[in-house]
Design a protein around this ligand. Structure first.
Ligand SMILES: [Zn+2]
Length: 448
């Protein structure tokens, strides 16, 4: 036993020069977050109400924060796809409700149709049915649909003049003279590095809709975004009301590479807005922690989410904002938002403030990456690849490579690009931290 140990120590010392014994020169890791930061935060907004752009977005631009905005495309003038029911003529469905009570077989079609029957206020039956359905009270959901259609048959509703009322109802806009956002403006904001994503055409309760209508709401709102803003804004989406309904998720995951609703990965714990699980407790590589500040959420509480995220190294804080400065659901005041953004800015050295899309790409690329490192003389060569779709996943990753202790600075070359990098040190030795493009040319590291 003793002899074997001695032999082992002798052989190690033959392979590695004494000075590099502790450093493992060439050893390379992808840092957990971009730029080696300690936590990530995404600032996301739902419903595309006007003050998100007039009030919150300028505050973000002043601080260099990119945001993610889930937009209701049916609320944007000039969208090609208007909200509507997709299916049989509604007269047929209305007539049928006189003969056959609502049941498991016809519920989704009827709950879809009642949103856009052409009468004022019938959409409220869609909303109420969704409430019961969500609570598992199926018979009550069926009954409320029957009641709505009975009133339609009895002529109790006025003909509707469009979907304006429903739009303002679902977006919680109380003043009918409030402006809506325009595609021109969104194009300008998209150029400022903000991300846009679908929040459907008119914010329905997808869980009570049939497949044709679920797909219409998701696919056509995606298409309007694609046509107006380009393919950079069709990556992530949010289905309304934070639904996690499995039937809806199945359709939505086929249409969008990422959803804020659900993101099933073995390496990711997901804590939604309603969760009271401490984000410091899950034993996963990453924790996505969603928090949705409401009008009466104290700013002190909002700041504590930042502090908690910085206590570990694996938390991705996803903030979900709605109304801003009086417009929209549970609005936050400009002053509160400003104070909060200043607090985030103050911690920027440790916080990676990034769009939902970029953080998603980063952890997916990192978890699917392969690193090959080779040292030859005074040169370290790294090859960084990942197994994901190369057209979609092109976000640079941050690498940490150990280098000889005696280096004063390093030079990193990839595809004709050269970066001069300073040497840092941790308990394992001297290292450099730099940006690298996966599935691109070899990375050559030398002393500078
Ligand atoms: Zn919403």
């Amino acid at each position: 036993m003793i002899h074997k140990t001695i032999l082992f120590l002798v052989s190690i010392s033959l392979i590695l020069p004494a000075t590099d014994f502790q450093t493992q020169v060439g050893h390379t890791e992808i840092t957990k977050w971009q730029y080696g930061k300690k936590a990530a935060v995404s600032l996301t907004y739902d419903d595309s109400t006007i003050n998100q752009f007039r009030v919150a977005l300028p505050l973000m631009n002043e601080r260099g924060f990119p945001g993610t905005f889930y937009i209701v495309t049916g609320a944007i003038p000039g969208s090609e796809y208007e909200p509507k029911f997709v299916g049989r003529p509604v007269e047929e469905i209305i007539a049928e409700t006189a003969q056959i009570p609502t049941n498991k077989e016809n519920f989704y079609e009827r709950a879809s149709a009642i949103r856009f029957l052409g009468y004022e206020g019938t959409y409220r039956y869609h909303n109420e049915a969704a409430g019961f359905y969500g609570n598992g009270e199926l018979q009550k959901a069926y009954d409320i649909i029957d009641e709505g259609f009975r009133k339609v048959r009895n002529g109790e509703f006025e003909p509707s003049n469009g979907y304006h009322d429903e739009l303002y109802n679902v977006l919680a806009i109380e003043d009918p003279s409030v402006d809506l956002i325009t595609w021109d403006k969104l194009q300008k904001y998209a150029q400022q590095d903000h991300e846009f994503g679908s929040h459907t055409i008119l914010h329905p309760w997808l869980a009570v809709m049939d497949s044709a209508n679920i797909r219409y709401e998701l696919e056509k709102s995606r298409l309007d975004i694609l046509n107006h803003l380009g393919p950079g804004h069709t990556f992530s989406a949010e289905c309304p009301f934070g639904t996690e309904d499995e039937r809806v998720m199945k359709y939505a995951h086929k249409i969008f590479p990422a959803l804020r609703n659900r993101m099933p990965h073995p390496w990711l714990a997901e804590l939604n807005r309603a969760s009271d699980i401490d984000p410091r407790t899950p034993e996963k590589e990453y924790v996505q922690w969603q928090r949705g500040p409401l009008s009466d959420t104290p700013v002190k509480k909002m700041k504590s989410w930042i502090d908690t995220s910085l206590e570990k190294d694996n938390i991705w804080l996803v903030l979900v904002f709605h109304g801003i400065e009086g417009v929209g659901w549970e609005p936050l005041s400009k002053d509160k938002l400003k104070e909060y953004f200043d607090y985030i800015k103050k911690h920027e050295e440790q916080l990676w403030v990034a769009t939902f899309k970029d953080v998603t790409k980063y952890h997916r690329e990192r978890m699917n990456a392969d690193i090959k490192s080779k040292r030859s003389g005074q040169t370290v060569t790294i090859n960084l690849t990942h197994s994901l779709d190369r057209a979609l996943y092109r976000l640079p990753l941050t690498l940490k490579t150990y280098v000889p202790e005696k280096w004063k600075a390093a030079q990193v070359k990839q595809e004709g690009q050269t970066q001069g990098i300073e040497i840092q040190e941790d308990e394992k030795g001297a290292f450099i931290q730099y940006q690298a493009q996966p599935n691109s040319g070899s990375i050559i590291i030398t002393e500078q």
